[in-house]
Design a protein around this ligand. Structure first.
Ligand code: NAG
Ligand code: NAG
Length: 214
């Protein structure tokens, strides 16, 4: 209040220049404008940098299309378990759990996928994982049985005879799961999850061990 009164009676008050001086603490108004402009320019630059950062972050996280992983997750049990080392022959039904791990920020929709099991390169069984989807950043678990039956081509295999006698049946399984990753409903990309697992059937304990997937 005191200041205003003083200013009102000041002879130089008529002069806008001087009034401004009083309001701004003696800074040239053009200088003040320049400072304001500079401040705004800095805000705009900071905002643009911030926006660019957000976009880059978004591109490398949310918008990044990652290839899902398809693998044998778990072994539950054997329903049938008929192994004859002497013949040799085997016939078993394995209850396996497969997993489709999707780390994308959107669902992975896949088609019917055949998983083939091999004993030293010879096909011994296959099963189908039916078409479905793995949701946003989650693992879809599917339980399906697999019949593992010795093909006649292995009937005279000395390798098989010795493996069955040793109590360990080594197996591998492979699959190619074709699907589409969908991000924010509109961005879609085809992705193929390759399965390549190795495992050992432990005959005395009727269990599965050393399950490893790439
Ligand atoms: C997927 O497999 C199921 C049976 O397992 C079949 O009914 C369906 O037609 C198949 N879908 C495609 C697209 O092949
Ligand atoms: C699976 O892995 C084995 C080695 O463990 C390799 O020889 C084979 O080429 C792989 N198969 C595929 C389809 O990646």
């Amino acid at each position: 209040m005191a200041d205003k009164n003083q200013q009102a009676y000041h002879p130089a008050a008529a002069n806008g220049y001087s009034r401004n001086d009083a309001e701004t603490g003696g800074v040239d108004p053009r200088e003040l404008r320049r400072q304001k402009q500079k401040k705004w320019a800095l805000y705009i630059i900071a905002f643009v940098i911030f926006q660019t950062g957000i976009i880059v972050l978004f591109t490398f996280t949310v918008m990044k299309f990652r290839t899902p992983k398809f693998r044998v997750r778990n072994f539950k049990s054997f329903d049938t378990f008929d192994v004859q080392p002497a013949t040799p022959s085997f016939n078993m039904r394995m209850n396996a759990q497969f997993g489709v791990k999707n780390t994308n920020f959107g669902p992975f929709k896949y088609g019917n996928t055949t998983v083939t099991f091999y004993y030293k390169g010879t096909e011994v069984g296959s099963t189908t994982v039916r078409k479905s989807k793995a949701n946003f950043r989650s693992t879809k678990k599917v339980n399906v049985p697999v019949d593992l039956v010795m093909p006649t081509t292995l009937a005279s295999s000395a390798d098989l005879k010795s493996d069955l006698n040793s109590g360990i049946l080594p197996l591998t399984c492979q699959a190619k799961m074709n699907g589409k990753v969908e991000i924010m409903f509109i961005f879609k990309k085809k992705r193929t999850a390759n399965m390549n697992c190795t495992m050992e059937v432990d005959i005395p304990t009727k269990s599965l061990k050393n399950l490893k997937c790439k």
